[in-house]
Design a binder for this molecule. Structure first.
Ligand code: ADP
Ligand code: ZN
Length: 614
């Protein structure tokens, strides 16, 4: 896409708005090209990782083009914050959704008709009403932005039926440019978005999906909760983070466990009532250092920039899901951790959920393929990031910032171990679950062993050289590799598969990942993003930074907005480092635009002066 085909003043105008309104010196990655394209009336499909900076891609064109920009978003709970954040930089924004009174709606509609708004966020179900479509006929529309566009995909994890009907925008307003945005990159979803939203003529902008500041780490699960606690205490004391669990019950138990151990944690899942959920979400967004324990119901559109870690206590269903969830860490670009504990039970549980689901066979097959890809990420001997990016069709080199790069796992020829397990399964007529099989191999004298006289099996005790955890790790890999099947209808008993016969006959070799005893999380100076960032500040700078953070808490409270809406950490840190003495010097800092300079400039200079005086 060459910018030469457009009048230069569009580029200048866009850059000018970026600098004066948003206070950022330059566009990131493809933002500039996307803005130009949309300003000139083109349709666009934007694929950018979470935290990549999608919002500016429609906000700036909406400011440049005549009329109001309509943003379709399913995230009703976040609309208030989005509108507040825009108000802070002086952009006239509002929203229309089901949480408003009729009077409020009338008020917004009136402003739209009178051309007094730059951006309006609308929930899809509201947009599709007759009333709203008629309103749109009579107002001047700058563009349609369709946020979280993957919601149109039926195979995706966030399917919203209303999204399918959004093709109406193209039919009724063919002259208005449309920009669809998502962080979900796989080809299938992409194709579905294009097809369903009628974006065949849209230009596609696919950014790199790498999030270099996130460190990926997948550990062998022992006592998951305890490992989580160690991880948080060692690396994330005082940080905000998200812990994902599979079930509502586990969410609540984990939150309670963390609270008992002195870590402020809140639960979030779809089984809680709406008020409590929104309250917890608001606290997580507004207060510093809260840990949210949640099911995947939590997170879409959460744009809190300073989430320092995302932890998974259970295996996600797909790499897409995993990447989207972990992508909520470190949006501000500072280092962050994606940590997961993974074990045999995860594989068994996820396979069972697919098996027992009532969906049709095609759907089950798709889910099975997705799970296999996730398992292969967990078991890989290579760089996690290379593996993930490759899944999204992007080639890369080993990153140096994931667990397998930092302490490479070793592999071993597991053929004999596999044969020991497989023949034990065979000898017990494929009627027993993992625990008993491991007991037999290790020669443990249990009641069940005695009851079935399994001490007489030729494989009894032939695996006493390995610990229980080691055998479970091997079993897990064999299940992940499809060499063992689990029969959920019969007490999760283990069965041989077609593929396992070749291993038993010695025709196929099995290469396995060497079991690593869960290391106690140690406090690496560089590993904690907070340490890293704070280490860079001198004592005096740190004092100013702390002071600025206090000021921000107070200001955010008076304005009733999340702290990061006032200024993100990165901006405060830069102010602390430069200690500007004049408004001009303050204005030069990334994240300080005209309106914020106007609102807060004097107060900040005052804070700096006070500190220097003491
Ligand atoms: P996404 O919607 O893609 O997840 P956002 O639009 O919320 O990402 O942007 C993530 C963060 O990056 C925000 O804090 C935003 O202000 C910041 N940001 C976006 N573009 C730029 C830029 N060009 N320069 C500096 N910061 C930016
Ligand atoms: Zn790596």
């Amino acid at each position: 896409m060459s910018s030469a085909s457009y009048p230069a003043n569009t580029v200048d105008q866009a850059l000018h708005l970026l600098q004066t309104v948003f206070g950022y010196p330059a566009f990131r990655s493809q933002q500039g090209q996307i803005v130009e394209h949309v300003v000139h009336g083109g349709d666009a499909l934007v694929l950018m990782p979470t935290g990549g900076g999608k919002s500016l891609c429609y906000q700036i064109p909406a400011l440049i083009r005549h009329g109001v920009g309509i943003v379709v978003s399913p995230l009703i709970a976040l609309m208030q914050d989005q509108v507040d954040a825009l108000a802070e930089v002086g952009v006239r924004a509002a929203f229309l959704n089901s949480t408003q009174s009729f009077d409020e709606i009338l008020g917004v509609e009136k402003k739209m008709r009178e051309g007094e708004l730059d951006l309006v966020y609308i929930a899809p179900e509201r947009l599709l009403t007759q009333r709203c479509l008629e309103l749109l006929e009579v107002v001047d529309i700058a563009l349609f932005a369709i946020d979280e566009a993957h919601c149109v995909s039926q195979w995706g994890h966030d399917f919203r039926p209303e999204y399918i009907r959004l093709s109406i925008l193209h039919e009724r307003f063919p002259q208005v440019p449309r920009i669809a945005l998502t962080a979900t990159a796989d080809q299938q979803t992409r194709d579905e978005i294009i097809h369903r939203l009628r974006l065949e003529n849209a230009l596609q902008f696919v950014s790199s999906f790498d999030r270099p500041n996130i460190r990926y780490q997948i550990v062998e699960k022992g006592n998951g909760r305890k490992q989580l606690l160690d991880f948080i205490q060692a690396q994330h004391a005082g940080d905000a983070g998200i812990v994902y669990c599979l079930s509502r019950k586990k969410v609540e138990e984990t939150a309670e466990f963390l609270n008992e151990n002195g870590i402020t944690s809140l639960p979030y899942h779809a089984g809680m009532d709406m008020t409590e959920r929104s309250r917890n979400q608001a606290r997580f967004l507004r207060e510093d250092g809260i840990i949210m324990c949640a099911t995947i119901a939590f997170g879409m559109g959460i744009d809190k920039p300073d989430v320092r870690f995302v932890a998974h206590l259970d295996l996600p269903k797909s790499v897409e899901g995993y990447y989207q969830e972990t992508g909520r860490a470190g949006r501000d670009g500072a280092s962050a951790n994606a940590w997961m504990a993974y074990g045999l039970q995860d594989v068994v549980q996820q396979r069972r959920m697919i098996d027992e689901s009532e969906a049709n066979d095609t759907y089950k097959r798709v889910q099975g393929v997705k799970l296999d890809a996730m398992l292969s990420l967990c078991e890989t001997l290579n760089c996690r990031r290379v593996h993930i990016l490759d899944y999204f069709g992007q080639a890369s080199d080993p990153c140096g910032n994931c667990d397998t790069c930092l302490s490479p796992p070793t592999s071993f020829d597991g053929t004999i171990a596999a044969q020991k397990i497989l023949s034990t399964i065979y000898r017990v007529d494929q009627r027993f679950a993992a625990g008993h099989i491991v007991d037999i191999l290790r020669g443990i004298d249990t009641e069940r062993v005695q009851q079935w006289r399994h001490e007489q099996l030729s494989t009894y005790g032939i695996g006493s050289d390995k610990s229980e955890a080691e055998w479970r790790a091997i079993l897990r890999q064999l299940i992940a590799l499809g060499l063992i099947a689990v029969d959920y209808e019969n007490y999760s008993s283990l069965k041989l598969t077609e593929a396992s016969r070749a291993v038993l006959r010695g025709e196929t070799k099995v290469q396995l990942r060497q079991y690593k005893k869960a290391e106690k999380a140690v406090k690496h100076k560089r590993q904690s993003a907070k340490d890293y960032a704070e280490a860079e500040l001198g004592a005096e700078e740190q004092a100013l930074f702390d002071k600025l953070r206090w000021w921000r808490v107070e200001t955010a409270r008076t304005h009733n907005v999340p702290a990061y809406v006032i200024f993100p950490d990165a901006t405060l840190r830069e102010i602390a480092r430069n200690a500007p003495q004049t408004l001009t010097a303050l204005r030069a800092i990334s994240g300080v635009g005209d309106k914020k300079l106007d609102s807060y400039g004097a107060e900040i200079l005052q804070l700096i002066a006070e500190l220097h005086a003491t």
